[in-house]
Design a protein around this ligand. Structure first.
Ligand code: SF4
Length: 415
């Protein structure tokens, strides 16, 4: 078995038997095409024959909406990989010597395994809605159910290398999903229910294993600080034996940024934290179900500074359903208020455009075309105030929207 990092020009093993991809972002599809081209494998599943490897994919994006990618994968795994990946490999071994069609028919019998080519999609009209999706054979299930892992041992790095995007960091998953359920958030909805790693039985043993090979530790999860024993985890990591450990933490929930958290992070060589505020407008935060006030944002910044952190990166969006020009002004006002309350703290606003995600309550809203102008306005106003502003491309957000809510013909029409 071989694991590749797509951001490196690694030598790809010749003639693989199975090739798998994990998609956690819609635009990851470019990696799929690039690798298939390098391996000289036809891009479309229907054009592959018995000598070609099986191409499978999984991850939150494919679990939420596999259809735009359906023509390019032989097999798509829906849901958590823990049991599903083993089931897939076990079932595959049973038919390893069979031809491609037999293998796929056999795999289709397994819960959570979706074989797109075994389903026919009919449209009401050439550019209309889907009329029906029907299995092509009677033994192929009419519906494939996403699989949910119920254990309390979550994942951790199996490879720690200086070649990874996060150099030499041992990652340990602290929580999966998020109980906040902001109405746009795929990371929350598609991975529900909220699950936490058991501190004593799984998290600490995993951390101890990782810290034998590196001194860089990453705590992973959509809302790490909402682990019910997060304080105890911080105490554990504050022990003198871990004094040289460099700690990184995924985005933290604003009202969990205490001085203690900031001190622990600063003592472990973290200079900055990232907080998703979505907008400076409290009205918009109510619309998206983000339970957060501007006072809490300011308190978080004050605590971060008091604890010794040097910078905060806020993460926001424009084009949120219900957004008015005044809401964008409120984001600028919020940034100025934070600067006033915590002078000297380096402030950055990273900002994307709202993109509707499948299976979230906001899935039926489109990408707001005024978002492009609003990004430009934020850029002008914040940079003129000496604050860093990092916008994400509006045009790529439109493509992301197409992929997150599209169907089998989306990539074809777009290309
Ligand atoms: S708090 Fe963050 S991770 Fe949790 S639902 Fe909201 S946006 Fe998603």
């Amino acid at each position: 078995m071989c694991r590749l990092f797509t951001d490196l020009s690694e030598k790809i093993p010749a003639n693989p038997e199975i090739v798998g991809f994990s998609f956690s972002w819609e635009l990851d599809y470019t990696n799929l095409f690039a690798l298939l081209e390098q391996l000289k494998i036809p891009l479309r599943a229907a054009e592959r024959h018995d000598d070609h490897p099986l191409i499978f994919g999984g991850g939150s994006v494919l679990s939420a909406n596999p259809e735009p990618y359906a023509d390019f994968f032989d097999v798509i795994l829906l849901g958590d990989g823990e049991n599903l990946l083993d089931d897939f490999i076990d079932r595959y071994k049973e038919v390893r010597g069979e031809n491609r069609a037999e293998k796929l028919r056999h795999l289709a019998q397994t819960e959570g395994i979706y074989i797109p080519n075994l389903y026919e999609v009919k449209y009401e009209s050439p550019t209309g809605a889907i009329a029906a999706i029907t299995p092509k054979f009677p033994d192929v299930p009419a519906a494939v159910h996403k699989q949910t892992y119920r254990g309390n041992t979550l994942s951790a790095s199996t490879v720690v290398t200086e070649k990874a995007a996060w150099e030499n960091i041992y990652m340990v998953e602290v929580v999966r999903s998020c109980p906040e359920m902001c109405r746009f958030c795929l990371a929350s909805y598609v991975t529900l229910p909220f699950r936490t790693a058991n501190l004593e039985k799984s998290l600490i043993p995993a951390i101890e294993r990782g810290l034998k090979v590196t001194n860089r530790l990453g705590l992973l999860g959509a809302s790490v600080t909402q682990h019910p024993e997060f304080e105890a985890l911080l105490d554990y990591l504050s022990q003198p034996k871990y004094a040289d450990v460099r700690l990184s933490i995924a985005s933290v929930r604003t009202n969990t940024v205490t001085e203690k958290l900031a001190k622990t992070l600063a003592a472990r060589d973290t200079r900055s934290i990232t907080i998703a505020v979505e907008s400076g407008s409290e009205k918009l935060r109510e619309i998206v179900n983000k339970k957060l006030t501007n006072d809490e944002i300011i308190t978080a910044a004050v605590n971060a500074k008091a604890g010794g952190l040097k910078a905060i990166k806020f993460y926001g969006m424009v084009g949120i359903p219900g957004e008015e020009p005044e809401d964008v002004d409120e984001t600028i006002a919020m940034m100025l208020a934070v600067r006033k309350a915590a002078p000297g703290l380096r402030l950055t606003l990273g900002c994307s455009t709202f993109v509707p995600k499948a299976h979230t309550p906001f899935q039926w809203f489109g990408v707001n075309p005024t978002a492009k102008k609003r990004l430009q306005l934020l850029q002008k106003k914040l940079r003129s105030q000496g604050m860093e502003f990092r916008p994400e491309s509006y045009n790529w957000s439109v493509i992301q929207g197409l992929l997150s809510r599209g169907d089998r013909v989306s990539l074809i029409y777009w290309n």
